[in-house]
Write a protein that binds this ligand. Structure first.
Ligand SMILES: CC(C)(COP(=O)(O)OP(=O)(O)OC[C@H]1O[C@@H](n2cnc3c(N)ncnc32)[C@H](O)[C@@H]1OP(=O)(O)O)[C@@H](O)C(=O)NCCC(=O)NCCS
Length: 141
């Protein structure tokens, strides 16, 4: 698990997100790439030198762009990305983090203690729900 910035990790972050969001999920490119990337702390999962997963934490405590290449799913890569993002959030002094979960990933986030709040909404033509979690000084598990 590698922590990186958009400036340093752009090419490798792009490779994973393009495959997962743009190609697989058909998210329009102009919605996938936003100005927040330059402001975020990023996590990159690697297999050797090959990028296989991503996630980001923005300056408001919002987690996003959780993606694992299809052939790597179900092998704890997403879990390790999330643990790293939560560690970063604690280190940066956040008391709460939140995210907009795709409805199909909701139970993935519930495993980490995220709780859904509010109504469902559409983002990039995919149904989402906001989820929040208090982050404590100590890692939960
Ligand atoms: C969601 C995603 C990042 C999970 O990554 P992953 O590497 O497959 O997840 P892990 O293997 O680390 O799974 C951790 C645990 O969550 C479970 N899990 C994984 N995906 C799940 C899902 N969609 N729903 C419910 N549980 C899920 C796993 O079974 C595992 O449980 P275990 O600890 O009891 O074995 C990945 O499926 C993905 O990239 N999906 C496409 C992009 C996407 O939808 N991103 C979310 C945007 S909000």
């Amino acid at each position: 698990m590698v922590r990186t910035t958009w400036a340093a990790g752009r090419e490798r972050l792009h490779a994973v997100r393009h495959a997962v969001f743009v190609i697989e999920q058909q998210v329009p490119e102009d919605e996938e790439w936003d100005a927040a990337d330059a402001q975020c702390s990023h996590v990159l999962a690697l297999s050797g030198n090959v990028p296989i997963g991503t996630g980001r934490l923005d300056r408001n405590g919002k987690i996003g762009r959780m993606a694992v290449l299809k052939q790597w799913r179900g092998r704890d890569v997403g879990k390790r990305i999330m643990q790293e993002l939560l560690d970063m959030a604690r280190e940066q002094g956040f008391e709460r983090v939140y995210l907009n979960a795709q409805i199909t990933a909701r139970s993935f986030y519930e495993r980490f203690g995220f709780i859904a709040v509010g109504e469902l909404f559409q983002e990039a033509n995919i149904e989402h729900v906001r989820m929040e979690k208090a982050v404590n000084a100590q890692r939960a598990t």
